[in-house]
Design a protein around this ligand. Structure first.
Ligand SMILES: *Cc1c(COP(=O)(O)O)cnc(C)c1O
Length: 373
């Protein structure tokens, strides 16, 4: 890029203010000795209050939170966990760490999340959980999934890493399943640099997860260095939690930023042959990542669009691939919705404080290209 090039528009970046910097500095300066967990405990309390859940355990990642949670449920070799085929690998990897099998099902064309009918059809005597991943802020059909779960005695887990701000009929995403997991990676709506959290309302599952998260040392064990089982080490540091606390104080503002960006695109792209993240009545979409899905009946070359954006120094991001297409799992040719969505969709830049000029620049590339098709 030469010096005349417009500045780069990142697909996402965190919103960090003096507040986060002040807390991180305080943690680095004073957060040691008896204060080494202060910000972690405060972060967990703030997150519990935001979500309306009883228990939370901060972790180093959402991947770790899912691993601990599924281990606490006793998921292991021979077990199956059902999830949508379109997903980031982080949702499936913990299932494999535990020696269990991810069972991939097709997704719905409107929500891009797992299809409840396909979930029900995939259930076997080995099914131990349904993993509801709320993709790009879009909510899974929790009513249908919980009904299926009830009928078959199978719990629903929520991977809400992309769904901060999403609400299903009064309940926040991540608060409805047997447990929920969130990510605070730098690309997510709320960040701690890296980080995650395990949340649940289930007292027994919480105790089990807490022990597992502490290298198998039970709360109340009086002997030092006495693990009762093999656990995990997926802890969040006090310094990350300090940044997380600043973000939680600003969570309304961060969520509003995502909505403002989505609303701008939604208005500006009206009339083009595409659909964006849905928000069915009775729900709120957290709009982590505004996404366009170009209609079936139009010729559309995703690579051409991404190249045009790149030429203007704008990041575009491909929609997730079907996991079954990666070569890591058995290929499944019958997942027509997943295959088609993945080829017709991209994620748009969406950092919280994008200016109107930034947004206009993105739209000025999209409009002419999509109008002519
Ligand atoms: C980001 C993400 C994860 C992984 O989060 P980490 O904190 O990077 O482990 C898991 N699931 C979904 C749906 C995600 O978007």
């Amino acid at each position: 890029m030469n010096s005349d090039s417009p500045s780069r528009i990142y697909y996402t970046k965190p919103s960090i203010t003096e507040l986060e910097i002040g807390y991180a500095t305080d943690a680095a300066t004073n957060g040691w000795g008896e204060h080494c967990y202060d910000y972690i405990h405060r972060f967990e309390a703030m997150f519990r209050a935001h979500l309306g859940v009883k228990h939370a355990i901060a972790t180093s990642s959402a991947t770790g939170a899912l691993h601990i949670g599924m281990a606490a449920m006793g998921i292991g070799a021979g077990d199956e966990v059902v999830l949508g085929d379109i997903n980031w690998i982080a949702s499936a990897a913990p299932i494999i760490y535990l020696g269990a099998t991810p069972v991939l099902v097709d997704v719905l064309a409107d929500s891009w999340c797992l299809d409840p009918a396909a979930v029900e059809a995939s259930i076997t005597p080995n099914t131990r959980a349904i993993l509801a991943v709320h993709l790009y802020g879009n909510l899974c059909d929790m009513q249908a999934l919980r009904d299926i779960g009830k009928r078959h005695g199978i719990p629903v887990i929520e991977d809400a890493a992309e769904a901060i701000g999403s609400v299903w009929h009064g309940q926040r995403a991540g608060s409805m399943g047997i447990f929920g997991a969130f990510s605070f990676h730098g690309t997510k709506t709320v960040t701690a640099g890296e980080g995650g959290i395990f949340v649940t309302n289930d007292d027994a599952l919480y105790e089990k997860a807490l022990t597992l998260s502490n290298h198998g040392r039970a709360r109340g064990e009086t002997r030092q260095f006495w693990p009762a089982m093999i656990g995990f080490k997926y802890k969040m540091s006090n310094m990350q939690a300090a940044i997380g606390c600043g973000q939680m104080e600003r969570i309304e503002e961060l969520m509003a930023g995502k909505r403002r960006v989505f609303d701008y695109y939604h208005d500006a792209l009206r009339g083009l042959p595409l659909r964006m993240n849905p928000e069915p009545s009775g729900t709120t979409n957290g709009y982590w990542m505004p996404t366009i899905v170009v209609d079936h009946d139009v010729q559309f070359d995703r690579e051409e669009l991404l190249a045009k954006l790149k030429a203007q120094n704008i990041d575009g991001r491909v929609f997730f691939w079907p996991l079954s297409s990666l070569g890591l799992f058995k290929a499944i040719s019958s997942h027509r919705v997943s295959d088609s969505l993945s080829r017709r969709a991209i994620n748009l830049p969406s950092y919280h404080d994008m200016t109107k000029a930034d947004l206009e620049r993105v739209v000025s590339v999209l409009r002419p290209l999509l109008k002519k098709i």
